[in-house]
Design a binder for this molecule. Structure first.
Ligand SMILES: Cc1cc2nc3c(=O)[nH]c(=O)nc-3n(C[C@H](O)[C@H](O)[C@H](O)COP(=O)(O)OP(=O)(O)OC[C@H]3O[C@@H](n4cnc5c(N)ncnc54)[C@H](O)[C@@H]3O)c2cc1C
Length: 350
């Protein structure tokens, strides 16, 4: 097995950096994701065991908003469909349990016990280390420039060499449009910013928050408990973004953007938005319906692709790896990936 990456190990130029990622099971994006999440959790734990490290820390997850918001109603649908342990909380109950949160009286929350935090750089580095231990040949700082496929194999030309193989798996994140230009995929790359704030007070209370998703008048934001040495991380999800490319993304963050995030956060947590300690820019690769693309290439049985994770793919990294191996080696998988088929965009039906 040969792996090719244009940058270094767990770099900060794509979509998989930024110290923390939310993982949750009461999936407001759709109940179809939940069986994949069960498998993803199992595989995260197996990876932790094998590597002797901690990757997933459970904090619980709050899905807050109006009762009929996508964040709450969608999470409730997944929780009910898959009998996930959860509680429904009124605004008063949220305030009592987490005094730093001040939801509006008409807002409610679904609390799920399995929500938590992944450390993305450590997750990526651990996957790499175990792949190497398992015999994978991994090349960094080596860019794939082009590829061809025939029924008998694939050929990949890089910035250093040309390689022949039986099969090819492509997971190029925001670069997918370039490396899979032949498919004309309907992908849109957007710039996302995350912020770390120093709360004005009550750091102890912020430290014991669960991860949260908060929908307020159709605007989605998410965040994490306070982490020592980092601060209180938060960001907008699919709101206030710019369409961009990996080559042209604006890495600087304006004072107006920081002020907007702080003001929004203060509506839910008046004491949260003190000084901005740091920020980071990252890219989403969105599909029109925000569901992933995981499929075989319509013209080449021996080419498999996964992309379009639309800002919510990291938590699935383990199970997606397994699915891609299944598709590449056996041409099929037992995991339910029908939602992610290319043909929904009118690509040639296989
Ligand atoms: C700010 C932000 C917050 C997020 N929060 C969450 C969250 O809380 N929970 C969650 O589950 N998900 C979250 N996501 C989404 C999740 O992080 C992404 O869906 C996921 O990391 C995408 O991974 P990827 O492998 O598709 O892309 P990437 O991580 O960008 O990886 C693609 C890789 O391919 C390499 N590559 C591309 N082209 C080439 C080439 N030609 N040759 C060689 N190498 C190449 C790139 O260098 C890169 O390393 C968030 C995303 C962002 C941006």
């Amino acid at each position: 097995m040969l792996g090719l990456e244009q940058f270094g190990v767990a770099h900060d130029q794509g979509s998989s950096h930024g110290r923390t990622r939310v993982i949750r099971q009461a999936y407001y994006e759709g109940p179809d994701y939940v069986p994949l999440l069960f498998r993803a959790y199992d595989l995260w734990h197996a990876l932790e065991q094998e590597a002797g490290t901690t990757l997933l820390t459970k904090t619980g997850a709050l899905h807050m908003g109006a009762a009929d918001s996508a964040a709450v109603a969608g999470a409730a649908l997944s929780a009910r469909t898959h009998r996930l342990p959860h509680e429904m909380l009124t605004a008063d109950e949220i305030r009592k349990r987490y005094p730093v949160l001040r939801p509006r009286p008409d807002q409610v929350a679904l609390f799920e016990y399995e929500g938590g935090i992944l450390v993305p750089e450590r997750c990526t580095a651990t996957h790499i280390e175990l792949a190497r231990r398992g015999g994978a040949d991994l090349h960094f700082q080596e860019r794939v420039d082009s590829w061809t496929a025939t029924p008998h194999g694939v050929s990949v030309r890089t910035s250093r060499d040309t390689y022949e193989a039986d099969r090819l798996v492509m997971t190029a994140g925001p670069w997918t449009g370039q490396i899979l230009r032949d498919l004309g995929l309907p992908l849109e790359v957007t710039r996302a910013v995350v912020y770390w704030f120093e709360p004005r007070a009550h750091v102890e209370e912020f430290r014991r928050l669960p991860v949260y998703v908060w929908e307020d008048h159709g605007t989605n934001a998410y965040g994490f408990p306070y982490v020592d040495g980092q601060g209180l991380k938060c960001g907008f999800h699919q709101a206030y973004y710019e369409v961009t490319t990996p080559q042209t993304i604006r890495r600087q963050v304006g004072e107006d953007e920081k002020a907007r995030m702080g003001a929004h956060l203060a509506k839910l947590m008046p004491d949260a938005a003190g000084e901005v300690l740091s920020f980071s820019t990252c890219m989403y690769t969105n599909t029109p319906d925000y569901h992933f693309i995981i499929d075989r290439h319509p013209a080449h049985d021996n080419v498999v692709l996964a992309c379009g994770f639309s800002g919510h793919g990291f938590k699935f990294a383990t199970v997606i790896g397994e699915v891609l191996a299944d598709l590449a080696l056996q041409g099929r998988t037992v995991q339910p990936i029908g939602l992610f088929a290319l043909r929904r965009f009118g690509s040639p039906v296989r």
